[in-house]
Design a protein around this ligand. Structure first.
Ligand SMILES: [Zn+2]
Length: 253
């Protein structure tokens, strides 16, 4: 049964003109990045840790910011390597069928694998950049971490003195409307919508499936656990992404 489904999905991907991919924590856990927000996520199981990362606490409490910068020094993204799942999406792009990768991940592993940055829509932002919460100035993360290592526990914006944070979307923070619009457009404009390693339980990311379905796209869900969209999906597969995706994308080239 599963094998027949896998073959069918491979055919759909091979014959699609445009594929939009949504990726969640499940593709990065196979690279050693922990899942923070998912049903089994570190923050979900530890509300105190989650509270620490709300934007209000971050702005109000210098101690929260000091802890956050210390954690950023040791973020798993600095040492993680993309896996076969990320590389398969690079192959999909090279075959000319990729419309966009919309990702809930902040680790930059799609770009590290070789996906074109202009095709990766990071709806939850990126940990590789720092943003000033007052003037919006963006600075590469390594430059700011250098200041933290040198003893600046809560490095302020060089331009305006404002509070800085990784350029990620914290709890309580709005998604960037332009980024969300690009994700919506890519979801409406595809033959196949491939949801990879996402629980499809966090909005607005999950709602992208609705746009794709409404536009007539096939929905393929690849996730270890059931999702609220399984019943509306054309195919649901449970195997590890790094094993499955190269088979699905590779042979059709
Ligand atoms: Zn600033």
């Amino acid at each position: 049964m599963e094998e027949a489904t896998t073959r069918a999905v491979g055919r759909w991907l091979a014959s699609a003109d445009t594929v939009t991919v949504l990726t969640g924590a499940g593709i990065s856990t196979e690279s050693g990045i922990p899942d923070f927000r998912g049903p089994q996520g570190l923050w979900t199981k530890d509300p105190a840790a989650q509270a620490m990362f709300t934007i209000d606490n971050y702005l109000a409490d210098p101690e929260v910011r000091r802890r956050a910068w210390q954690e950023r020094l040791h973020h798993p993204a600095w040492s993680a390597e993309p896996n076969a799942g990320h590389h398969a999406l690079v192959d999909l792009e090279r075959s000319g069928r990729l419309r966009a990768i919309v990702t809930q991940n902040i680790d930059g592993l799609h770009q590290a694998a070789g996906s074109s940055p202009e095709n990766v829509i990071e709806i939850h932002g990126t940990v590789h950049w720092v943003a000033c919460l007052s003037c919006g100035l963006r600075t590469p993360m390594p430059e700011v971490l250098e200041r933290v290592r040198a003893g600046d526990e809560d490095p302020a914006c060089r331009e305006c003195g404002g509070i800085q944070k990784s350029a990620t979307i914290s709890f309580g923070q709005m998604l960037d409307p332009e980024v969300l619009a690009a994700a919506t457009e890519a979801s409406r404009d595809c033959d196949v919508f491939l949801a990879l390693g996402t629980s499809l339980s966090v909005y607005p990311a999950a709602g992208l499936c609705d746009y794709a379905l409404a536009a007539g796209a096939r929905l393929i869900v690849i996730n270890a656990q059931p999702t609220p969209y399984d019943g509306r999906a054309d195919a649901v597969l449970r195997e590890p992404i790094s094993e499955l995706l190269p088979q699905l994308v590779g042979p059709a080239g």
